[in-house]
Design a binder for this molecule. Structure first.
Ligand code: ADP
Ligand code: MG
Length: 654
């Protein structure tokens, strides 16, 4: 082993979970399932999988199991990649060899891999092809308290798999677990509690509610830096744009007395890793401005001050309108306490809550994701996993019947389910494509519209982070000009396609990206995602084809294929008011075009990808379509009873 290995080992041995290593191994050996609860930073995610590996490697092989793979799930992609890199370093191996990770569209594992970190969604996908998870000897479900949709499904699924695979072991780990609910659900599995080493954290509230939490957060950071003794600062904000904005403003105000670092999921790993490194000079204060990732997924040592505005971006779902969207919402008390705890990891700390004590007392528990999601994808996954009767599936908390019914209806309209609620052939294929049902459908039908080459590129572009870099200040004008050069007057989807084609024409040149304010990394992932989607298309023996740029049907076909997937996401301009209304037989919603759109006019009919709620309802990533195409691509959905002749059919004749 390298000297670095021994150095890290000493640090690891100081983590709280090491005090209970023997207890854990004992319980693990004697039981098929173990629950483990420990304070954030106690070493659960990095150490327990290594303990499990040690235990498993000492056992005799069983005929049932082809490999000795240990899998550890993470709700967040960034945690899976970051933690696996750390563990590879701790074990003194190259990432992708003994220790690897798998996240959607990125597999960094090999036949040598014995410990694999993967997103909960990835493990569900693996279960589709391998229902008993035969590759695994042990599975660790981490961050169970987050109650993500995929983790909730894995709970129910693994409970069943455990009865069919007595040799499989399961560890469920969490920060603050609702112990009673979990124990009851997991039939009184043994519980190990790892007491954290938390120093006292002083909580400070504002006297009045803050009008603008971003402003308040920035001024609090500046105040801490000027008035408080040394110690790093962790600020919680809700999204990439807000974080970049805050970082540049803090850096401008405080200059080189501080090291300001952003942390969000789409950052490249090398940039992420910086949050763990000490500052170049001890006198320099580190300020990390992060999304919820830093709440429990990644532990940053040395934080003494936490600034908590009390918000995070959360998924919400309205069963009445079947609309799922992301909304900046107040966090729960449990989250607020987790955030405060981040200040007391290494020494006593302070947490500045940018809200009143009364507001804290009024904070509500956040329901699990399964109760605030559109479940079309979930139903498709469960059906593919062989769960035919969704009502009898062992959910920890079952979704509302209306939500399930809405999902079934959507899948039926997409042609994924038949009248008997069984998966159709299309449904089978859709479930195997790692995309949302609408996008999967668009891809599946693209060869019929003679444009699968373009739809592949478009799907790839829609699956990676935003490719347009939006700098602040002076450069923003140049960036807008650059973007306008790619703009297609018919909308954002075709604009994305233009960017993709231009990237290829310029030989995937990073300099070209830089000059055009295009995110090079996003473009490279789009190329790789596309390759993976091509492999799936080939497996399904679907034709790779294109109408050809010279044809006047080139864009028409692309737009029709797009509509064939997203026909349930259409809005129409109300001429009298100049507003858009979503097209649903009931509950038409007033929506606004998102300011990022590329349209140069307000077309009558629009197909959209996302529904975003902020102060208003926005539709984002929009493209101009023709009303008469609706009956053409989705005749059953847009039948004439719903849309009287005068509306759609009149145009059809013209
Ligand atoms: P838990 O899962 O219980 O919250 P972790 O296992 O994630 O705890 O973290 C244990 C320790 O490992 C923490 O002190 C953390 O700072 C350290 N650590 C984790 N990842 C890294 C990394 N990439 N670089 C340096 N230290 C890390
Ligand atoms: Mg953890």
């Amino acid at each position: 082993y390298s000297p670095r290995y021994w150095e890290i080992l000493e640090k690891r041995k100081n983590l709280p979970v090491w005090l209970q290593k023997q207890e854990f191994l004992q319980t693990f050996k004697q039981n098929q399932m173990v629950l483990l609860v420990g304070e954030t930073g106690s070493g659960k995610t990095t150490q327990i999988p290594q303990f499990v590996l040690e235990a498993v490697l000492n056992e005799n092989p069983s005929p049932n199991c082809k490999k000795w793979l240990v899998g550890c799930t993470q709700p967040r992609r960034v945690a899976a990649t970051s933690v696996s890199r750390r563990v590879a370093e701790e074990m003194d191996v190259e990432i992708g060899e003994e220790v690897g990770y798998t996240v959607r569209f990125e597999d960094c594992s090999s036949p040598q891999t014995v410990l694999k970190y993967l997103t909960d969604g990835m493990l569900l996908r693996e279960a589709m092809a391998d229902p008993l998870l035969q590759r695994y000897k042990a599975i660790i479900l981490d961050e169970a308290h987050e109650r993500t949709l995929a983790t909730d499904l894995l709970f129910g699924l693994l409970k069943k798999v455990l009865t069919n695979r007595p040799d499989l072991k399961l560890v469920v780990m969490s920060a603050t677990l609702e112990t009673d609910r979990f124990r009851k659900y997991f039939s009184d599995a043994p519980l190990i509690k790892v007491p954290g080493r938390l120093h006292p954290v002083e909580i400070l509230y504002t006297l009045e509610p803050e009008m603008d939490y971003l402003e308040a957060a920035i001024s609090t950071v500046i105040q801490i830096h000027t008035c408080e003794p040394p110690g790093d600062i962790l600020v919680f904000l809700t999204g990439e744009e807000e974080i970049e904005d805050a970082c540049s403003r803090i850096a401008r105000k405080l200059g080189d007395q501080v090291l300001v670092l952003p942390l969000y999921s789409t950052l490249p790993p090398a940039v992420q890793q910086k949050i763990f490194e000490p500052t170049p000079k001890p006198a320099v204060r580190k300020i990390v401005v992060s999304t919820n990732i830093a709440e429990t997924s990644l532990t940053i040592d040395g934080v003494v001050y936490v600034v908590d505005p009390g918000f995070s971006k959360q998924k919400i779902y309205e069963p009445k309108t079947c609309v799922e969207s992301l909304l900046v919402s107040p966090i729960s008390q449990a989250s607020a306490d987790q955030r405060a705890g981040r200040a007391g990891r290494t020494q006593p700390g302070k947490c500045f809550r940018l809200y009143t004590e009364k507001s804290f007392n009024d904070l509500k528990q956040t329901p699990p994701e399964i109760l605030r999601s559109n479940l079309a994808n979930t139903v498709l996954t469960l059906k593919k996993l062989g769960v035919n009767d969704l009502v009898t599936f062992d959910f920890m908390e079952p979704p509302a019947p209306a939500t399930l019914a809405g999902a079934l209806a959507d899948l039926f309209h997409l042609g994924a389910l038949d009248d008997e609620v069984n998966l159709t052939k299309t449904g089978e294929m859709m479930s195997e494509v790692p995309l949302d049902p609408q996008m999967a459908k668009m891809l599946m039908v693209s060869s019929q519209y003679n444009c699968s080459n373009e739809i592949l590129s478009l799907s790839a572009m829609l699956s990676v982070p935003n490719c347009f870099i939006r700098p602040r200040g002076e450069a923003s004008k140049a960036a807008n000009e650059a973007k306008s050069r790619f703009a297609h007057i018919d909308g954002d989807h075709l604009t994305l396609l233009n960017v993709y084609h231009a990237f290829l024409q310029n030989n995937q040149d990073p300099n070209w990206c830089y000059e055009n304010f295009i995110n090079y990394k996003a473009m490279k992932s789009a190329v790789s995602v596309r390759e993976q989607l091509v492999r799936i298309m080939k497996r399904f023996q679907m034709k790779l084809c294109s109408t050809g740029f010279d044809s006047r049907d080139y864009y028409v076909n692309i737009k029709k294929a797009l509509l064939a997937g997203y026909f349930m996401q259409v809005a129409r301009l109300e001429k009298t008011t100049g507003h858009y209304l979503t097209v649903k037989d009931t509950n038409n919603q007033l929506v606004h075009l998102h300011p990022s759109n590329c349209l140069d006019h307000k077309p009558e009919w629009i197909v959209y990808k996302d529904y975003v709620k902020t102060s208003r309802n926005f539709i984002r990533t929009v493209t101009h379509i023709r009303g008469e195409w609706l009956v053409e691509v989705a005749p059953d959905y847009y039948n004439l009873a719903k849309f009287p002749k005068c509306e759609v059919n009149k145009k059809r004749k013209r």
